[in-house]
Design a protein around this ligand. Structure first.
Ligand SMILES: [Zn+2]
Length: 110
């Protein structure tokens, strides 16, 4: 039973990987239709995560807008600035995402 669950999780993560790659590629293509497709792919990605109860890998979670579902690529559909140990991604829809990046320095200080 455990082996089967692992297999299902692995396949789901493979699908999520592929969907994220497609969404990223479509975001870089600057057409209205491509943007619609990219959002569709990210919504399917979220549905897979919910359906199989798999935590969304951090490599995607940090790069998706929670409000509109866009893939956050600096210079295309978001701006990035640093603020007190966080990277602040501001999406075109106005939503902000704070991603902590100062982990190593925080440990060094004690
Ligand atoms: Zn957004």
């Amino acid at each position: 039973m455990k082996k089967n669950a692992d297999l299902i999780e692995r396949i789901a993560i493979e699908r999520m990987d592929r969907l994220f790659e497609l969404a990223e590629a479509k975001t870089k293509t600057d057409t209205k239709d491509a943007e619609r497709l990219a959002r569709k792919y990210t919504s399917i990605l979220k549905q897979i995560s919910l359906h199989y109860r798999i935590r969304m890998p951090k490599r995607y979670a940090d790069r998706l807008c929670e409000e509109c579902g866009r893939v956050l690529i600096s210079g295309i559909d978001c701006t990035v600035r640093s603020s007190g140990g966080y990277l602040v991604y501001k999406c075109m829809c106005g939503a902000e995402k704070h991603v902590f990046y100062k982990k190593k320095f925080a440990k060094a200080k004690g």
